[in-house]
Structures are given as C-alpha cells and as structure tokens.
Design a protein around this ligand. Structure first.
Ligand code: 3PG
Ligand code: CO
Length: 561
C-alpha cells in the first residue's frame, strides 16, 4: 500500500486526458514593459491570449526571495529553488540561507567537513574553488570572505583561491571589482593573521569548471588543468591583470562568463597554487548543478570523463554542501543540504500515476533532479519516463531556437501516446538566451517558445487534457541594466545588457478541454508563490492537495460540472 496517499478531490474529477505542465524557463511577467522586455517585445500571441483570461484562468505568482526559500526579497529567483518549489509544494530554506545560518551560528566550523579541512591547516594548503560574485545563485562573495576569515582565525597558514568569473548572475564587467575585493580580503588575512593567501587560477564560469548535466566535460577539464595542474594557456603574475587582459576592451571584449582559463605564476614563472597531495580543497558554491562534475573529478578514484594526468592523493575534499544526496557527493561537506521530502514525484508514483518529463541537457536536471527535491534518477522507472534532448554547446544567442521544437514534439508525442497522465516539459530558451544579454536573440527565443506552447496546448485539448503553463523565474523580461528609477543605463549609445534573472513574478495559466468549466483561480491567495503550483497540478489530476503542501491556486465554483 502507498505510504503517501492521494485522495480524490471533492469537486474536480480525474482528468479525462493528460495533465500538461509547461515550464517556460526564465519567462517573467515584468512591470517594465518597454523595448528591453524581450517577453513583451516579442511576438507572443499564445501567452497574450492566456493573459486575457485573468483573473479566472491567468495570474502571476512570486518566484523570488523568501517565497522560494531565499534569504531576502532582494534575491532573484533561480531554476534550482524554482524547480524545488514547483516539484515539492513546499517552501524550504535554500542553500544560500542555510550557509548564512551556518556561518552566523558557527555550526559550519564545527562540522565534520570542517574538521577534515582543518587537518591541512598546519602544513598543507587550503584551496577554495568557486564562483566569485555576489549573485547569490550559486555562491556569495561575503560568505567566501567569512569562510576565509574562519580558516585564518583557526590556524590556516596557506590559502589559494581558484576563482570563476561571473557576469551572468551579476552584470558583465563586475568581475574585476570582485577580484580586487578578494585581493583586499587576502591582504587583510596576511596582515591580521600572517596567512599566505593568493589567487592561483581561474577563468570564466561558462568556459571553465562549471559545466552542468555533462553538457561538455571539456569545461571541467580546463578547470582541472588550471586549478590542480597549474596549466593554462594564459599565465599572469597578477589576478586583476589576468581578468582585465583576458577580458579585453571595446567591441571585441569577452564577457566575464567566457574568460579563458588562467594561472597565476611567481617571479620564476611557476604556478603559485597547484593542488598537491594532502591539501584541502573546498568548493564554495552552495548550488549543486554546476559543482557535480568537478566534485566527481576530485572525489572519484576511478574516473573516465577526461584524463586528470595527476590525481593528488589524500586530498581533504569538501563541498559547501552535499550536492547530490543519492550519490552522496561529495562525501564530506560543510553544511547539510535542504531536506525536501514527500515531493510530488513520490506521491505520483505511489499512487500509480504515469509521468513523462522532458527538457534539453541544460535544463534536464532542473525538470528531474531539482524537481524531485535534489534526487537523481527515477522514483519508479516503470511509471516514469525522462527524456533528455542533447543541447548544443554554443553561446545560445548564436542558436536561440535551442531544442524547443524537439521538446515540443516529444511532449506532443507523449500526450498522443495515451501512456501518461502527467506530462511536464521545460523550455530553456528564454533563460539560456536571456543569460547572453542579447535582446534580439532573446526575443526570437520567446517567440518560438510561445509557438511551441500553443502547439502543445492544442494537442492537449485534442486529447481532452488539462494544462498548466508557468515559469520558474524571470530573466528574458528584462534585458537592460537600469537606474533605481527604472531608466535604462547606457554606455555611450549602447544599452548595458542585463544577463541575470529578475525579481519579476511569473505567469500561471490553467485550462484545457478536459477541465471543468467551473475551475478558476481562487482570489484569496494574492501572495502565492511557485510552491502553490504543485497543489494546483495535483488538483488538475483530480486529487486533493496533501495537507502540508502550500494550497492549490484553483477551486471549482460549479460543483458537479
Ligand atoms: C546558471 O547557472 O546558468 C545561472 O547562474 C542560473 O540560471 P538557472 O537558475 O536558470 O539555471
Ligand atoms: Co537562468
């Protein structure tokens, strides 16, 4: 018998066809509706028509800040926390907040992971690797500085920093400032604690170390070569100079995201911070997706993804968090990850509901791993089918269509097959193209996704299904950096691109041929967030919402119809 029982809804009957959940990654409903809002500027007849159905069958929900478990409402949403909420119906404290708490209470420095790192303080080097910015999506610089101070105060003598430049969750060009800030912190540690601290290597986050979902292991290899072996095509004596030079200037300037790998060398030309036997290595990102591959490279004795050439022995290797609870990866960590239990996927399989999930590589883990509360693999392979469409390995403004058509076809086929009661797809385009800062390409991305959504809704109607269209956070809805007043910022005549997510709420639309006429959005949940969507699709399937989930957004005002 199932442990997690779903009971029938008292007025919404089981769906006569599949329930389709469509996630438009990075599609916010932004109050700024000028030319820089790619969602608004693009031709999007499908989503426009859905919006006309407000308030009964269209509304927005919160997708950022405390509504999704982030420390403050200044924190933009992201796919990890967004998909966690969408899949679990719960608002849980997320990595960013858990690390804040562990630093505030000092529990970080009492963890087993920390004790392991501390073994290297006396006569080895402590290496910190991660994304250097205050984006708050994967990491936060202020946490890194507290970690550094914590190490220095507790006796670390030699520290080496391996930094990935951002320009994606924060404005492009901000990396030089973060590197200078870090240099300042390291000088402070030298002055106050006599620590020998240096930046040793780095590179752009999209080109070095931070690959995800095995899209391109070459990215991780570049990181390994620079951080561990001290080998990179670019060698500098100084990290600020490295970042400035690799970035270049003017029209040919590289974005911070894509900087080539570099290694810092001493007067004799030797790398200042290779990773050696017995050293401690701390990955300081709290978010999982882009840390899993590098973690495997550090942790696994047997490893075939690329040739590591040298595998240091006796490393004291820890993650800021455990990035994958199923793989127990890494074994050692500083902060326990958020516990997300009783997620919708568990309910569905225990109640015999067959599910199909699909996205392309860049978002595949979002709609499976994050959706399932940070669990890899299936809950029940008999009942679930997950399809990954391989993503291209290019900057996505060069191929803004990405794999939207293929995902759309897979979704249609799944609905036509009659095999699934629940079909969920994620379209990566508005987010991945939005992150390039390219307005035109992002508009194209939005227009195509809008078309694909229309096709999916048409098929869903054809098979008498019910659908829910939503997004995980904003991104494409604002493509320009702005003054506090909302005015766009320019460099000369060139608008300054915004590559990051936004604080915008996201749309939610429900409908479908198979949906009883009386079903509409409740009007008493104005502050609802992404976690309220889980109960909503559980209702669409014809079940009542489990008690401890956030309430559903819908009700049936014409019982029995
Ligand atoms: C990334 O990892 O690409 C960005 O930092 C966040 O994007 P996502 O949360 O949409 O994946
Ligand atoms: Co994104």
């Amino acid at each position: 018998p199932p442990r997690l029982v779903l009971t029938p809804h008292d007025s919404i009957t089981p769906s006569p066809g599949p329930v389709l959940v469509c996630i438009l990654d990075g599609w916010g409903e932004n109050k700024n509706k000028d030319e820089f809002n790619a969602v608004h500027s693009a031709d999007t007849p499908c989503m426009d028509a859905l919006a006309e159905k407000a308030p009964d069958r269209y509304r927005t929900v919160q997708a950022h800040g405390v509504a999704v478990g982030l420390p403050t409402n200044a924190d933009m949403g992201n796919s990890e926390v967004g998909h966690n909420a969408l899949g679990s119906g719960q608002v849980v404290d997320q990595g960013a907040r858990l690390v804040d708490i562990a630093l505030e209470t000092g529990s970080m420095f009492e963890s087993d992971g920390w004790r392991l790192v501390a073994q290297a303080f006396e006569d080895r080097t402590v290496h910190l690797i991660g994304l250097l910015s205050d984006g708050g999506v994967h990491s936060r610089a202020d946490q890194v500085y507290k970690l550094l101070r914590g190490a220095a105060e507790r006796g670390a003598k030699r520290i080496r920093m391996h930094i990935l430049t951002d320009g994606r969750d924060v404005p492009d060009g901000s990396s030089v400032g973060f590197v200078q800030q870090l240099e300042g912190e390291l000088s402070g540690l030298a002055r106050d604690h006599g620590v020998d601290g240096k930046i040793a290597s780095g590179g752009g986050r999209m080109y070095v170390t931070m690959d995800r979902y095995e899209a391109d292991w070459g990215i991780v290899k570049r990181g390994w070569d620079a951080h561990v072996l001290g080998r990179a095509p670019n060698r500098f004596k100084d990290a600020v100079e490295a970042v400035k030079t690799l970035k270049g200037e003017g029209a040919s300037a590289k974005s911070d995201q894509w900087l080539e790998p570099f290694v810092i060398v001493d007067e004799e030309g030797s790398p200042v911070g290779t990773i050696e036997d017995g050293d401690a290595v701390v990955l300081f990102n709290f978010r999982a997706d882009r840390m899993v591959e590098i973690s495997k490279a550090f942790e696994y004795e047997e490893f075939a993804a690329f040739d590591r050439e040298r595998f240091p022995s006796g490393l004291r290797f820890v993650g800021m968090m455990q990035y994958d609870g199923d793989l127990k990866l890494p074994t050692n960590y500083l902060v326990p990850p958020p516990l997300i239990n009783r997620v919708s996927g568990q309910y569905l399989v225990q109640n015999g509901i067959k599910t199909f999930a699909c996205s392309e590589t860049q978002k595949f883990g979002h709609v499976t791993f994050f959706w399932n509360g940070n669990r890899s693999g299936y809950f029940d392979e008999e009942l679930e089918t997950y399809v990954e469409i391989p993503s291209d390995n290019v900057p996505f403004n060069q191929a803004p269509d990405m794999k939207a058509r293929e995902i759309c076809e897979a979704g249609k086929e799944a609905m036509f097959s009659g095999r699934y009661q629940m079909v969920r797809v994620n379209f990566a385009n508005p987010d991945m193209v939005g992150h390039t800062g390219d307005l035109q390409a992002t508009m194209r991305a939005c227009a195509l996704v809008d078309k694909c959504v229309q096709e999916l809704l048409d098929v869903c109607d054809e098979v008498n299904g019910r659908w829910l269209v939503t997004a995980d956070h904003g991104n494409a809805d604002d493509m320009v950096q702005r003054k506090k007043t909302g005015e766009a910022l320019y460099h000369g005549d060139v608008p300054l691109p915004l590559t990051s997510h936004t604080l915008a709420p996201v749309p939610v639309a429900v409908g479908g041929k198979g949906l009883p006429e009386g079903v509409r959005f409740r009007q008493d949940l104005p502050k609802a967030g992404l976690a309220n969507i889980t109960g909503t699709y559980i209702n669409l399937l014809g079940f009542a919402v489990p008690d401890f989930y956030e309430p559903s957004l819908i009700e049936n005002v014409q019982e029995g119809k």
